[in-house]
Design a protein around this ligand. Structure first.
Ligand SMILES: Cc1cc2nc3c(=O)[nH]c(=O)nc-3n(C[C@H](O)[C@H](O)[C@H](O)COP(=O)(O)OP(=O)(O)OC[C@H]3O[C@@H](n4cnc5c(N)ncnc54)[C@H](O)[C@@H]3O)c2cc1C
Length: 286
């Protein structure tokens, strides 16, 4: 298939890009094109205007602002995956990239494009919720910040409004002593998750605190697993506690039931993966 006709724009700076997005309500931003172009070829997306941001160098950055890592709209998956700053300050993100797409896709695809695409089986939307990242949405006349937990609203749907661009993601560095875990099952490494879970926690006087957990592949969009968080907060870590909390969380889910992966199997994966991720997080915290 070939895409439907569209008008192509390639602005050189951010104000010009935002002016184009304001002028053309149905315009789509083109970043790495790894999701948008196939969607256009299948005619699942038919924007009349494409705003290609690949020449806007000011969007290509990864930087630390005190205790926050800021990742710009043109930072490619591969650059983030191999960044020493990310390895040091956000090791869960660096680790999870082993599971995300293939080298050719990671060379072009961007984190911000991945988050705006909002595939329900995509790993980073879940991790951004665990890390309590903020999305910075710019439009021609201002910017706003949206917490990751409010950004993902449904399958391929986000809180981004027409005329807005995700210019950067702001990810707080986990506090000292935090531990993390990430576990996934997919058809092959590099494919979208059948189910994936990520978590972050601390241990204070032998009790679990600041527990945050989220999952991909088990709902309309990435989900924060509030039930597990509440069950664990203030409790001493134990295998029985993790198994019971994961069981209860899995029961409460309404995962997609597809030809490849049944809803029951996805629930089973949460039962298996959540305790593993929590156990790994406790080991790292200790
Ligand atoms: C074979 C294959 C395997 C893959 N496997 C995985 C996987 O395992 N896990 C996973 O998470 N992903 C996977 N992906 C998707 C990949 O991560 C894409 O790179 C990513 O989803 C989109 O990033 P992009 O920069 O290419 O965005 P694009 O394709 O350019 O855009 C995607 C969408 O986001 C919008 N958009 C892009 N940037 C912005 C912005 N800054 N502001 C506002 N809107 C924007 C576009 O308009 C479009 O709607 C895979 C892709 C392929 C082709």
């Amino acid at each position: 298939m070939k895409p439907a006709a569209f008008e192509y724009h390639r602005p050189d700076d951010l104000p010009s890009a935002l002016a184009l997005l304001r002028a053309h309500e149905d315009a789509s931003v083109l970043a790495g094109g790894q999701s948008l172009v196939p969607m256009m070829n299948y005619r699942l997306a038919q924007p009349d205007h494409l705003v290609d941001i690949n020449r806007i160098d000011e969007l290509d950055f990864i930087r630390a602002e005190s205790a926050v890592i800021v990742i710009g709209a043109l930072a490619r998956h591969r650059t983030i995956q191999s960044s020493p700053l990310i390895a040091e300050r956000l090791p869960m993100v660096a680790h999870a990239y082993e599971w995300i797409a293939h080298a050719a896709v990671r060379n072009r695809g961007t984190l911000c494009g991945n988050l705006c695409h909002a595939d329900p089986a995509s790993e980073m939307p879940a991790l951004m919720q665990v890390l309590e990242a903020e999305m910075v949405l710019a439009r021609a006349d201002g910017t706003r910040r949206v917490p990751a937990v409010e950004f993902f609203t449904g399958t391929y749907e986000t809180a981004r409004a027409a005329g807005e661009m995700l210019t950067e993601v702001r990810i707080p560095t986990p506090p000292a002593g935090s531990g993390w875990g990430f576990e996934e099952v997919s058809m092959r490494k590099g494919d979208f998750a059948w189910a994936a879970v990520g978590c972050q926690l601390r241990i204070d006087n032998g009790a679990l605190v600041d527990v945050r957990m989220a999952a991909a592949g088990v709902g309309d969009c990435a989900l924060r697993l509030r039930g597990i968080e509440a069950a664990l907060e203030g409790e001493p870590p134990s295998a029985d506690l993790f198994a019971q909390a994961a069981h209860d969380a899995a029961e409460a889910l309404d995962p997609p039931d597809t030809a490849a992966v049944s809803a029951d199997y996805r629930r089973d994966l949460v039962r298996a993966l959540a305790p593993r991720a929590l156990t790994a997080a406790v080991a790292r915290a200790e």
